[in-house]
Design a protein around this ligand. Structure first.
Ligand SMILES: NC(=O)C1=CN([C@@H]2O[C@H](COP(=O)(O)OP(=O)(O)OC[C@H]3O[C@@H](n4cnc5c(N)ncnc54)[C@H](OP(=O)(O)O)[C@@H]3O)[C@@H](O)[C@H]2O)C=CC1
Ligand SMILES: O=C(O)[C@@H]1CCC=N1
Length: 269
């Protein structure tokens, strides 16, 4: 395990990863973070007891760097730290669309870079993190990255060519489920239910369904068929979902997210 880890750009994702590291037992004095705003720095120190440093201090002193700025800010950050990052430092990027080649080219030298796409359920130790090695990252670097991420969820190694697709599927994935919950609660309101009761019903249904899906080992089609009685209520709803081409909308939506991830990587300078 790297002795000192630095998170550069500690916003929503950076903080989610930070909280996971702390929950997994990493001592606060083995984590450094960087931020842009002083009020954010103060809040992170107060909540986690971690040291807030400059990007240059983090890049010099930490054994592994987790880059968690927005894709649009990655070029600027890499230009700033490039002069002080030695070629044996493990650099982990969690930014959508940013390729390992992009990071390596801006840091210069044979730097081991690992690209990660995680998601916000890292906050409840249920993240889906997919990881890919850059040209100079070896088995030991993938293993170190897995060791960092395994305490906060599931980790899968994938070819980097699939990273933009994974960003669309599991990186953004939680948002699609929250969106679905919102839509179903609205349906409850339409049927005249109080908002709080509708939210309770939908929340418990999605949690129950998610746990069944994870723990039963059954295919989702089998689980859905078990709810769908001949001539019953569920098939009446599914007929409407099909009529509105909801499945096709998901295919198009996730393809659009994949394309946007590619664009974020391509347009960044
Ligand atoms: N949110 C999500 O669900 C997921 C996000 N990601 C990826 O994680 C990354 C971060 O996203 P997210 O956490 O949502 O975004 P945020 O805007 O919440 O976090 C980015 C943080 O980086 C800070 N920052 C920007 N530039 C610098 C700099 N030069 N030095 C120090 N700090 C800097 C920002 O400061 P300031 O607030 O002042 O702008 C901000 O706090 C993105 O690349 C995204 O693609 C990946 C998976 C899921
Ligand atoms: O929306 C985004 O760009 C980020 C990347 C994956 C999830 N959120």
């Amino acid at each position: 395990m790297p002795r000192m880890i630095a998170i550069l750009g500690t916003g929503k994702m950076g903080e989610a990863l930070l909280s996971g590291l702390v929950r997994a037992g990493r001592a606060a004095d083995q984590i450094m973070v960087t931020t842009r705003r002083p009020d954010r720095a103060k809040a992170l120190t107060e909540t986690y007891g971690v040291r807030v440093v400059t990007n240059l201090e983090a890049a010099e002193q930490a054994d592994a760097l987790i880059l968690a700025v927005k894709p649009q800010d990655m070029g600027t950050l890499l230009r700033e730290i490039a002069p002080v990052v030695p070629s044996d430092k493990l650099v982990i990027s969690v930014a959508a669309g940013i390729t390992t080649d992009f990071v390596q080219a801006r840091l210069g030298g044979p730097i081991p870079v690992v690209r990660v796409m995680s998601n916000t359920p890292v906050l409840v130790d249920e993240a889906m993190s997919v990881i890919s090695a850059g040209a100079h990252a070896k088995e030991e670097h993938l293993k170190l990255t897995e060791d960092l991420l395994q305490p906060v969820g599931k980790v899968l190694r994938i070819p980097e060519s699939q990273q933009d697709g994974a960003t669309a599927l599991s990186g953004s994935g939680p948002a699609y489920f929250f969106y679905l919950v919102e839509a179903m609660v609205d349906a409850g309101i339409l049927l005249g239910m109080p908002r709080a009761a509708a939210l309770d019903m939908v929340k418990q249904s999605i949690v129950g369904a998610a746990i069944m899906l994870r723990d039963s080992g059954e295919h989702p089609v089998i689980l859905r068929e078990a709810v769908t009685s001949p001539g019953g209520t569920t098939i009446a709803a599914i007929a409407e979902l099909e009529r509105h081409r909801v499945r096709a909308a998901f295919l198009d939506a996730i393809e659009a997210a994949r394309d946007r991830s590619r664009e974020l990587g391509g347009t960044n300078k």
